[in-house]
Design a protein. Structure first.
Length: 260
């Protein structure tokens, strides 16, 4: 009786175990054996592994690394037809994410296009030279109204007044060039006295005229017979006789013009 119970228990346990056991069927658990041998329901493919029911899925690593003969399998990565499957780097060292350089972004590759603007022909003509041009280029002095009125001399220059020249200056409209020099000198000097006029700055006092284009070095001179003034800037410098002329350069008056 006791033996019958033991046999019945063993039979029931075996049936229970058989009914609950369902082995896993991973696609790459087995390396093909001799002559491409594989377990039932597996097929040996070109990668050297037994694939469940011939599934073509790529195998990165064998799931168990178990050969068909029960030995340790080859745990090296498996290659597919497109080349070897990359092995992940599980090290805890350099965690940089590859080369993230942006590349050559030099300014030379981003040059600005030519933005040159061509001016119309009627806007490229140089303006006229107003220093010797029309009358409007000259201040409105009564004594010297235009370019033709000026006499050019080289420095140092002399303007004669009084005695034989009477109530006028010679040359009254005088043009001088700095010519690269820092300044030029002009001397007002009493003229020849062949008639015993015995004149001087007392009878013909020299005065600076109105509206010079730059500050005039000419100052009131009412004694002596000769006076020199230095001009170091280009411009127009009017002058007149305080007895026989006026500040607007009418009468006995004149202008010194200094150019570069």
């Amino acid at each position: 009786m006791r033996n019958q119970l033991a046999a019945s228990f063993a039979l029931s346990l075996s049936i229970l175990v058989a009914g609950c056991f369902s082995p896993a069927t991973p696609p790459c658990s087995f390396i093909c054996g001799d002559n491409n041998a594989c377990p039932d329901d597996y097929m040996c493919l070109s990668d050297g592994y037994c694939h469940y029911k011939g599934m073509q899925a790529a195998c990165g690593y064998s799931d168990a690394g178990i050969t068909t003969d029960g030995g340790a399998g080859d745990l090296t990565p498996i290659s597919d037809t497109d080349g070897p499957v990359a092995t992940p780097d599980l090290s805890t060292g350099d965690a940089s994410v590859g080369d993230m350089s942006v590349g050559d972004m030099s300014v030379g590759d981003m040059s600005v296009p030519d933005m040159t603007v061509t001016m119309p022909a009627d806007m490229t003509t140089a303006p006229p030279d107003l220093t010797v041009g029309p009358d409007l280029a000259f201040p409105s002095y009564v004594a010297c109204t235009n370019a033709a009125a000026y006499t050019t001399q080289t420095a140092p220059a002399t303007i004669v007044f009084g005695n034989d020249t009477g109530t006028m200056y010679v040359e009254k409209c005088l043009k001088l060039s700095l010519g690269g020099n820092a300044s030029v000198d002009v001397t007002w000097e009493l003229g020849l006295d062949t008639h015993n006029a015995n004149e001087s700055f007392v009878t013909h006092p020299l005065n600076p005229g109105a509206n010079p284009t730059v500050t005039s070095p000419i100052t009131l001179t009412n004694t002596g017979t000769s006076k020199t003034f230095t001009f170091d800037k280009t411009g127009f410098y009017p002058y007149y006789c305080g007895v026989h002329g006026s500040s607007d350069t009418s009468g006995m008056a004149g202008v010194v013009q200094v150019v570069p």
